[in-house]
Write a protein that binds this ligand. Structure first.
Ligand SMILES: [Zn+2]
Length: 136
């Protein structure tokens, strides 16, 4: 009787250890957000190829072929839309950071005396001669 209980306890403990262990393992490396989408896309393409093959060898009726093809293409469109969505989300961060950079203050330099002004003046505030833009 006692042995039986010990056996059951051991079994329970073993099951507990086996069940818990995967959770104790370190988190797997973060995969690319596109990976599972790429895998799904590849699977759909493969299904489409198989479908076409089966249709060509006469395993499928016209109706079955058209219906399954339509379903697969719909699924594929969904996956492609998801890829676009993820790409947009990823692209939004860096694009925003670039746009948020402060604009370089433009300076206007007098061609005569090289005095610098923040504003585009018609005449130099230092020497009074006509100001011209640097690129002009
Ligand atoms: Zn000047």
């Amino acid at each position: 009787m006692f042995t039986a209980i010990a056996c059951i306890l051991t079994a329970v403990v073993l099951l507990y250890i086996i069940g818990v262990r995967p959770k104790d393992l370190p988190e797997p490396q973060p995969v690319s957000p596109f990976q599972h989408l790429d895998e799904r896309k590849a699977a759909i393409y493969e299904n489409l190829r198989d479908l076409q093959f089966e249709y060509r060898v006469g395993k499928l009726s016209d109706v079955d072929y058209q219906q399954t093809k339509k379903d697969l293409q719909k699924e594929l469109a969904g996956v492609l839309a998801e890829v676009d969505r993820v790409r947009e989300q990823l692209g939004a961060g860096p694009a925003k950071a670039v746009a948020a950079l402060p604009a370089k203050p433009t300076k206007f330099v007098c061609p005569q005396c090289e005095a610098e002004f923040e504003k585009d003046l018609k005449f130099c505030g230092e020497c009074g001669k006509p100001m011209r833009k640097a690129e002009a």
